[in-house]
Design a protein around this ligand. Structure first.
Ligand code: SAH
Ligand code: SF4
Length: 361
């Protein structure tokens, strides 16, 4: 099969051109055409000699994942389903906000971690996305959203918060994020690219050394007993290790805080006592909190905390000296809110089947 040039960051593309006997500066040119100008064919690359364009046509391609459907919510949120192979689709969400436009990007088809309140987690796992499929989401969304009248791209921020655990697909995600930051491509600053993880400690340390972007950590529980239950990866990397990894990450992070995400589940993790424990747990980590009202999906078994409980929880953390925001629910009329992304996953882990058997027995 022809080499998909969307799989390469600048270093990779430079090596590729060397391997076909071409000058290294071609890499910058081609990267710029593909990502800055959004070209999906070699004919468009007018400052490249025709002979080289023909050579590329014969052995390479620019293969963007195909968009199957697009939907728009009443609040301006948009969601696209991308075809990533037979029976598999992943979702990408654009969220317009005052002064910025954020794209929520998926990293895997499904997710192998089984957080109990997450729709993606329920669906099981098929495979990692390739670099081309990850950066292809930004490519598509930029084509769809375009630029504002001042010539600035509408998409100004990226959050790796779609389907999948980005640090479980480390190499492809880091390569895609390098393309996001590259000035010949999307030219986003490290502060405007946020990676969210459920807490894969060794990979957090790697990221800190390789490409320290803004970091969000899905905390969701203030003690190991509860976190073991709702974010099972906690059994492998318990809270003490996770907090220490956050402190280490801060040494190189582009922002001077970690964002702790905390889903508000009625009667599960939202009491005053939980808030107190939480304030103590994160004492040594420079951080902010982002409370996410639980977004329901069929048969989740959970309810969203009441607004009163969310407010009380927030106030307690604020009194303890923390900055806390409550995430506004966006796009829930098109199932585009946090934790609702389901896409289409041909589950290789047979998780849905296991659940049915568990429920029956
Ligand atoms: N796998 C990564 C990133 C994707 S999820 C992670 O877990 O961090 C983005 C955020 O939405 C995470 O904090 C996740 O825990 C949260 N989330 C998952 N399901 C949710 C739901 N049903 N309602 C609200 N937030 C949810
Ligand atoms: Fe995977 Fe994140 Fe969902 Fe957990 S919350 S199952 S890590 S996508």
């Amino acid at each position: 099969m022809a080499t998909n040039l969307l799989d390469y960051d600048l270093d990779g593309l430079t090596e590729y051109f060397a391997s076909i006997g071409e000058k290294p500066f071609r890499a910058k040119q081609v990267l710029r055409w593909m990502h800055h100008f959004g070209a999906d064919n070699f004919d468009a690359m007018t400052d490249i000699a025709k002979s080289l364009r023909e050579k590329l046509q014969n052995q390479a391609e620019i293969r963007v994942p195909e968009m199957i459907t697009g939907q728009e919510s009443d609040d301006g949120t948009r969601k696209w389903l991308l075809n990533v192979g037979t029976n598999n689709g992943v979702e990408t969400v654009f969220i317009p906000e005052d002064g910025r436009g954020t794209l929520c990007v998926s990293s895997q088809v499904g997710c192998a971690l089984e957080c109990t309140f997450c729709s993606t987690g329920r669906q099981g796992f098929n495979r990692n996305l390739s670099t081309a499929e990850i950066i292809g989401q930004l490519w598509w969304a930029n084509r769809a959203m375009g630029r504002d009248p001042g010539g600035e791209r509408i998409i100004s921020n990226v959050v790796m918060m779609g389907m999948g655990e980005p640090l479980a697909n480390y190499d492809n995600v880091v390569r895609a994020m390098r393309i996001m930051l590259e000035d010949n491509a999307y030219n986003l600053s490290r502060r405007r690219v946020t990676l969210s993880t459920s807490g894969l400690v060794p990979a957090m340390d790697r990221l800190r050394d390789d490409l320290p972007v803004a970091l969000a950590v899905s905390l969701h529980a203030p003690n190991d007993a509860l976190r073991d239950e709702i974010v099972p990866i906690n059994k492998k990397y318990p809270l003490r290790e996770l907090m220490a990894a956050c402190v280490r990450y801060m040494e190189k992070a582009p922002r001077d805080f970690v964002t702790f995400e905390y889903v508000m589940l009625d009667g599960i993790n939202d009491t005053i006592e939980h808030a107190r424990q939480l304030a103590g747990l994160v004492r040594d980590v420079p951080c902010k909190f982002n409370l996410i009202p639980f977004n329901p999906f069929p048969n989740s078994g959970y309810r969203r905390s009441s607004n009163d409980n969310i407010r009380r929880f927030r106030e307690l953390l604020q009194q303890a000296g923390y900055v806390v925001t409550t995430r506004k629910t966006r796009g829930d009329d098109i199932d585009a809110a946090c934790g609702q992304l389901a896409g289409q996953v041909e589950d290789k882990t047979k998780r849905q089947m296991r659940r049915i058997i568990e429920i029956r027995s």
